[in-house]
Design a protein. Sequence first.
Length: 280
Amino acid sequence: MGAPSMPGGDDPKRYRRTLIMERISQLVGNGSISSYWLHPSRLPVEVVVTLANRHQGIGSALLKRLIRRIPAAASRPLEAACWSDDEASAAFWRKHGFMPIKRTDIGTIDLTSPALVPPPASMLPDEITIYRGDEIAHEDSLWDDIAQLHERVYRANHDWSAVAAIDLATARQIFLDPDDIIPHALLVAIRDGRPFAMASLRSLTDAGYSELGWTCGDRELGEEGRHAADFPVSQCLILARKWGWIVGVEADHSDHVLHGVVKRWPLIDHRVWVNYSRPR
Ligand SMILES: CC(C)(COP(=O)(O)OP(=O)(O)OC[C@H]1O[C@@H](n2cnc3c(N)ncnc32)[C@H](O)[C@@H]1OP(=O)(O)O)[C@@H](O)C(=O)NCCC(=O)NCCS
């Protein structure tokens, strides 16, 4: 049994290595480690073994070899992930010293839920106005404020995985990607001329599948910021129901707004994705 290496990268900041395991010229498994610039404090690792060859030590051998090859300069804690109901993978990662660090609820929001009613306008304090993305001019500097609000909230929601420095241009690219954002399905709550909370439906496919997010309330405003997001979130879901869109959600437990959504509205096909970490 051999473990040839695929082309990789040794730059400590962009370290990447893939190994494939063969038995008599048949692929039996592969494993990879590749750094992710946005979350540089850990090296994500993946191992997959073909069904017929599982539980024979192949995954463990791949993981051991991958770890052995990490050069000292690129070395840092490792991160892995699997579905919570994938007992073999969960046992595998735990056996190799990985501990859970984050849970993410993933599923489709049940838009038929009777709990989904339009939020009363009276819920909104007088000084807050809701704008749709297509009501904000392309060149308006409000877009910069919206990107920066996102960046702040994203960072606060990722205390479990340090976020790299992000400049304004990159924040706009990540959080307001024109290929992703649907301006008329993006709702921003504004107070004193500044964005305060928002929600959006994005990544619409031809099949009518969209995702709820980027969704946030300004954490600097505590509970008030968090609750302010409830209004644009409910409005987005009601629009989706009107347009016949399907709405998926991925809610990290550390994301107060999205986690609140999955607690309030039932999910169809609800699964939980678990991230694990271990020291190098
Ligand atoms: C997780 C996986 C990589 C393990 O590979 P493997 O070669 O079967 O693992 P190993 O034989 O090295 O087993 C190591 C340990 O993992 C655990 N394990 C592996 N298979 C298991 C099973 N079916 N049930 C429970 N524990 C299991 C055990 O703790 C085992 O130790 P043991 O042999 O002392 O019992 C493999 O099951 C797999 O590829 N699963 C699919 C993963 C996948 O789909 N990934 C895509 C993204 S989620």
